[in-house]
Design a protein around this ligand. Structure first.
Ligand SMILES: Cc1cc2nc3c(=O)[nH]c(=O)nc-3n(C[C@H](O)[C@H](O)[C@H](O)COP(=O)(O)OP(=O)(O)OC[C@H]3O[C@@H](n4cnc5c(N)ncnc54)[C@H](O)[C@@H]3O)c2cc1C
Length: 320
């Protein structure tokens, strides 16, 4: 296929127009312009994506790959938005998201495997696998993300994480325009990190579990849910804002620095768990980013520790 020649002085508007023409020519009903994506995150704040593209099937990813190749636009994938903060300015590229076609959860007691579409919800994965007598995913019940977001982030808690249980991963590489299957040892996972590039879209993951007792797993799940209710705030947040440096609990550190309840405009440090930053209803995502910067600066000044955000920042300039 020929590539349209992008003029050296192409503007963002030109690039959006090129991508729009490729996407709408192939999948008109899946393309949305200036769609508010901040509302799709758990902060429920922030701006729009220039283009939002819904992925219903594999073919859509070939179309998207072609649109990116033609336009040189940036792309991001949005899962359940529970680890993402979108700036008020929004995202000037293409935001893609998997539709419910990718929400399936299948258990196989003979193989001891759990096969999930990347849009499947983690709490549902935890409950469904437990009820089927497979153990190993109970920890995921309190994490309001998707299977794809969990693999990308190596989400975890309660003594386990995604890297411990994941096996095969089917990924579409938007840069190369091809489907790739990875085995667990081909991907580098570390604490809240995986080696996938921002242009690899996870489509399906297989988890290797162990035989369990449904009743016992469901009790464990209930205990995790109660623990979370007791120790973590509800409302508008994205879980832990910063990664815990080796051997340090950021929640405890911020508490010791007297930051619990600290407010910056419409955002504040939770007084229940200091590594959770809450946003008021109708608040601005930019206030959360400013709070992140203020807290980070205070921590460096007073302890010398440079905190790394765990939350994915979309449409912001780099942190100072
Ligand atoms: C109340 C609360 C509690 C939380 N507790 C925990 C916890 O205990 N442990 C923990 O690890 N996290 C926790 N989180 C954070 C969050 O839920 C996890 O990181 C989760 O895995 C993110 O999934 P998501 O679908 O919401 O991802 P999103 O926020 O939508 O995206 C996060 C990243 O994953 C990428 N991504 C999403 N889907 C795909 C895909 N299909 N293919 C490729 N990339 C993709 C995005 O591009 C982005 O880079 C918590 C969040 C909240 C709000």
């Amino acid at each position: 296929m020929n590539r349209k020649i992008l003029a050296k002085n192409s503007t963002q508007t030109d690039k959006v127009a090129i991508a729009a023409s490729v996407l709408t020519a192939a999948k008109k009903d899946n393309v949305f312009f200036d769609l508010p994506i901040g509302e799709k995150t758990t902060y429920r704040a922030g701006g729009s994506a220039a283009i939002f593209f819904r992925i219903d099937e594999l073919d859509d990813l070939y179309v998207l790959s072609h649109a990116l190749w033609q336009s040189s636009l940036e792309v991001m994938c949005l899962g359940k938005g529970s680890n993402t903060l979108v700036s008020e300015k929004g995202f000037s590229g293409i935001c893609c998201a998997l539709s419910d076609q990718f929400s399936y959860i299948e258990t196989d007691k003979n193989d001891l495997t759990l096969t999930c579409g990347a849009a499947a919800s983690l709490p549902q994965i935890a409950r469904q696998s437990a009820a089927a007598g497979l153990s190993g995913m109970e920890w995921a019940v309190g994490i309001p993300g998707s299977c794809g977001g969990a693999v990308l982030m190596n989400a975890g808690g309660h003594g386990s994480d995604t890297a411990t249980v994941v096996g095969r991963m089917d990924v579409f590489d938007l840069a190369g325009g091809q489907l790739i299957t990875y085995q667990r040892d081909e991907v580098a996972f570390s604490y809240r990190h995986s080696s996938f590039s921002g242009r690899e879209i996870l489509l399906e993951a297989v988890f290797n579990l162990v035989p369990g007792d449904a009743q016992r797993s469901l009790v464990e799940i209930q205990e995790i849910v109660s623990w979370r209710r007791q120790h973590q705030p509800g409302g508008k947040n994205a879980g832990s804002v910063f990664k815990n440096p080796q051997g340090i609990s950021v929640g405890k550190l911020l508490d010791e620095l007297g930051l619990k309840g600290f407010r910056h405009r419409s955002a504040c440090v939770s007084d229940k768990h200091a590594n959770f930053f809450q946003l008021d209803t109708g608040g601005r995502s930019d206030d959360v980013l400013e709070l992140i910067e203020i807290v980070r600066e205070k921590v460096v000044r007073e302890t010398g520790i440079v905190l790394e955000p765990e939350v994915k920042l979309v449409g912001f300039e780099n942190l100072q």
